[in-house]
Design a protein around this ligand. Structure first.
Ligand SMILES: [Zn+2]
Length: 214
């Protein structure tokens, strides 16, 4: 069963940014949307207003950053906020089965996963495990594209993490015919954003619908 979104991608993005504004100002509504009443309301189903792909980093929990409650966000997390088949399938699932109209791919500064990818670029013979290699392989294109920053490792890691957000938005777009069709029909959008872990601020850095003219 395919659900039409109950709100537009634009409205979903506004809700995310308003939530982030509340988070930055320490004015959460969050506690009102995690109580017993809300839990019971959600037993029969979910209509999350946005999907978020963020890093597994303990400093980047999507529900806190966007001041969201139960049933609000469909969240995927992994080290480096990377798109692979499981993540693509999960985002497609949310779009088709819950009517979720937006995915926000959120990178952040001081990212340990991107730091590991920078270390791997400097030491190509370093292999910690096959599964960590799986992460590094997906992060490496952003690291190599920002190699001009190599004199300053911290700057290189942040530049790579930002570039990685653009890459993952493109990877998702290229991997999913289903999402491309929804974007063409103005039922869905892919947004890349940047999270500053010190200030708590989320800034939008790319929007697929603007790039494709959808
Ligand atoms: Zn990270």
């Amino acid at each position: 069963m395919s659900h039409k979104p109950s709100i537009s991608p634009e409205k979903a993005l506004q809700q995310l940014l308003q939530g982030n504004e509340r988070f930055q100002k320490h004015q959460p509504l969050h506690h009102t949307t995690t109580g017993r009443e809300r839990r019971e309301e959600l037993v029969s189903g979910q209509t999350p207003y946005a999907s978020v792909l963020t890093c597994s980093d303990s400093r980047t929990p999507a529900e806190h950053i966007f001041d969201a409650g139960l049933g609000d966000l469909f969240v995927c997390r992994n080290a480096g906020n990377l798109v692979d088949e499981l993540v693509t399938g999960s985002i497609e699932f949310a779009a088709v089965h819950t009517g979720c109209p937006l995915i926000c791919i959120l990178g952040h500064n001081n990212c340990g996963a991107m730091g590991a990818a920078v270390t791997a670029a400097k030491n190509p013979d370093l292999h910690e495990s096959p599964c960590i290699d799986h992460i590094i392989r997906r992060a490496l294109p952003a690291v190599l594209a920002t190699i001009d920053n190599q004199a300053d490792e911290k700057a290189w890691i942040d530049a790579a993490a930002k570039k990685n957000v653009f890459n993952q938005c493109k990877n998702l777009m290229n991997a999913s015919q289903l999402l491309r069709k929804k974007i063409d029909e103005a039922d869905f959008d892919i947004v890349g954003a940047w999270y500053d872990i010190g200030s708590g601020r989320v800034s939008i850095i790319t929007r697929i619908s603007e790039l494709t003219g959808a």
